[in-house]
Design a protein around this ligand. Structure first.
Ligand code: T5A
Length: 206
């Protein structure tokens, strides 16, 4: 039985990491093997460049940084596939949808062009999109420390995310309490785990 690929997405500070941590504990208790990944993975070669870029310590052109974010995912693609095929459920904090939603919010960046380098990555069985208006997100601790954390930009990113919605997405109102959101997400994740092992791992946007 293969593991399921669950991705959490959303704008900055909407509560993705908080939900990922709760989810991984629940999945491990429910069905054994579970692993948490986060993109960007700031520990790799590309991740070091991305980290410096996000902390405004390095300037890169929009297209270059977009391709670095994508390469950062491809670096982990073999590991992701191995884990899934070995029956480990993966919870992933941001994925290719963030790649497109953020880059395409910049002037002169085309959404289809942004999508292309991530075509063929493992397709998630479920995307949990946490939706929160940028004004509420801006009031949360730590907001404003990195490059993209301005309300106008986050509004454009939010619009882009909603354009990327597909049948395997669920949208969660991130104004709810941590525990209420967790209950709602877990209900859907459990169903996904119970069902998806019968299907092969699909390829994203193919
Ligand atoms: N990016 C990323 C790209 O441009 N292209 C790409 O391809 C990818 C993958 C990465 C940046 O890079 C961009 C997007 C980002 O700008 P990040 O490291 O993912 O950034 O940083 P954030 O999205 O800002 O992630 P954070 O971890 O900072 O925010 P989370 O995970 O959404 O939120 P979380 O759980 O840390 O919570 C934030 C705060 O809110 C509170 C928490 O206690 C915490 O203080 N909170 C709640 N408060 C009230 N109600 C709730 N329900 C709450 N849930 C959490």
């Amino acid at each position: 039985m293969r593991g399921s690929l669950i991705v959490l997405e959303g704008c900055d500070r909407v509560g993705k990491t908080t939900q990922c941590v709760k989810l991984i504990e629940k999945i491990a208790a429910y069905s054994g093997k579970a692993s948490l990944l986060k993109f960007p993975d700031r520990s790799s070669l590309t991740g070091g460049l991305i980290d410096n870029y996000l902390r405004n310590k390095l300037e890169l052109t929009d297209k270059v940084v977009h391709l670095l974010f994508s390469a950062n995912r491809w670096e982990l693609e073999p590991k992701m596939k191995n884990l899934l095929l070995n029956g480990t459920h993966l919870v992933v904090d941001r994925y290719a949808f963030s790649g497109v939603a953020y880059s395409a919010a910049k002037d002169g960046m085309d959404m289809e062009w942004c999508r292309s380098p991530d075509i063929g990555l493992p397709r998630p069985d479920l995307v949990v999109y946490l939706d929160l208006d940028p004004k509420s997100a801006a009031s949360r601790i730590g907001y404003g420390e990195e490059r993209y954390e301005s309300r106008k930009f986050q509004e454009a990113v939010r619009n882009n995310f909603l354009k990327l919605k597909e049948s395997y997405w669920m949208i969660v109102d991130a104004r709810k309490s941590v525990d209420d959101m967790h209950e709602e997400i877990w209900d859907r994740v459990r169903k996904t785990i119970d069902e998806c092992w019968k299907e092969p791992i699909e390829k994203l946007w193919c």
